[in-house]
Design a protein around this ligand. Structure first.
Ligand code: GLP
Length: 245
C-alpha cells in the first residue's frame, strides 16, 4: 500500500520525510532504522540533526542497519557508504557507534560478510526503512533482475548505476566500484514501514514503474506494491508520470 505525498521543493520533501522518521523515533521503544545513502535522504538527515540539536530528540536507543556498501574500498575511503553515513548523519546525533551496522565492503570473504550481515538482522524488525530509488528502479543495490526472494548478497553494479554514481568519484566511472554488498529485496520487505524519497524528472519512470507498473524484477522497486505500508515522498517532477496521486 502506497501513501503518496507530492511536494514542491526538495526542502518540503525532506521535511515531510523527516516527520515520518521523527514519529518512529519518538514513539517506538528502542527503534530500529534501516538507512540509505544517496542524495535523496540528505535533506532529511540534516533535519534529523537539526531536530536533535534543537528539540533534543535522542538516538541513544536507536539501532541502524544500512542497505548497502561498495565492495573493494575500505571504510575510511571518502566515498564509502560508511563515510557517507558518518559525515551526513551519525556525526550529528547521539547514536552509539556499536548500534550502527553497515556491511564491510573490503571483507576478505565477501560471501561470509553477506551471510554475517543477514544474520545480524535475525530476530530484528526494522521499524522504518529509508529508501531512495535508482533511475532503473533499483532499491539498495538490487539491480533489475534481482529475485524478489533475495537476502543480503553480493551484486554487480550496472553500467547505468556506475555512471549515475560517477559524480561522487570525480566524474570518473573507472573509479566507481563494480560490485556491492546489498540487503536483498526480501530483507527490505521485512521492514514494518518503508519511506521512499525521490526527486527530479530522471526518477519519474522508476516511480511510475514502482507504483503503476507490473510486478516485475525488471523494476525491482515494484515489489513494494506487496508491502502494507510504504510512504512515498516525491517532488512534482518525480511524480510527473503517475496517472493517480
Ligand atoms: C545508490 C544507492 C541507492 C540509492 C540510489 C539513488 O545506487 N545504492 O540506495 O537509492 O543510489 O541515489 P540518489 O538518491 O543519489 O539519486
Amino acid at each position: 500500500m502506497f501513501h503518496i505525498i507530492v511536494e514542491k521543493t526538495y526542502d518540503d520533501v525532506s521535511r515531510e520525510a523527516f516527520k515520518v522518521v521523527k514519529e518512529v523515533v519518538k514513539n517506538v521503544e528502542n527503534p530500529v532504522l534501516g538507512l540509505a545513502t544517496g542524495s535523496s535522504p540528505i535533506g532529511m538527515y540534516k533535519k534529523m540533526i537539526a531536530d536533535h540539536n534543537s528539540a533534543g530528540t535522542s538516538y541513544k536507543n536507536v539501532r541502524t542497519w544500512n542497505l548497502d556498501e561498495y565492495v573493494g574500498i575500505p571504510r575510511d575511503h571518502d566515498q564509502s557508504y560508511w563515510t557517507f553515513m558518518h559525515e551526513n548523519l551519525f556525526v550529528g546525533l547521539d547514536i552509539k557507534e556499536e548500534n550502527i551496522h553497515i556491511p564491510v565492503g573490503d571483507a576478505e570473504d565477501e560471501q561470509a560478510e553477506c551471510e554475517a550481515y543477514e544474520k545480524s538482522m535475525e530476530g530484528i524488525t526494522v521499524d522504518l526503512q529509508v529508501l531512495g530509488i535508482g533511475v532503473d528502479g533499483h532499491i539498495g543495490f538490487n539491480e533489475p533482475g534481482t529475485p524478489f526472494d533475495s537476502l543480503t548478497h553480493l551484486t554487480e553494479l550496472t553500467e547505468q548505476t556506475r555512471q549515475d554514481n560517477a559524480r561522487f568519484f570525480d566524474g570518473d566511472i573507472d573509479q566507481v566500484p563494480t560490485s556491492a554488498i546489498t540487503m536483498g529485496l526480501a530483507t527490505i520487505m521485512r521492514a514494518r514501514k518503508i519511506i521512499l524519497i525521490a526527486t527530479g524528472e530522471n526518477k519519474a519512470d522508476a516511480i511510475k514503474g514502482m507504483i503503476e507498473g507490473p510486478l516485475t524484477t525488471d523494476c525491482p522497486a515494484s515489489i513494494l506494491q506487496n508491502h502494507p505500508d510504504v510512504v512515498v515522498v516525491l517532488d512534482e517532477e518525480a511524480a510527473s508520470k503517475l496517472n493517480q496521486r
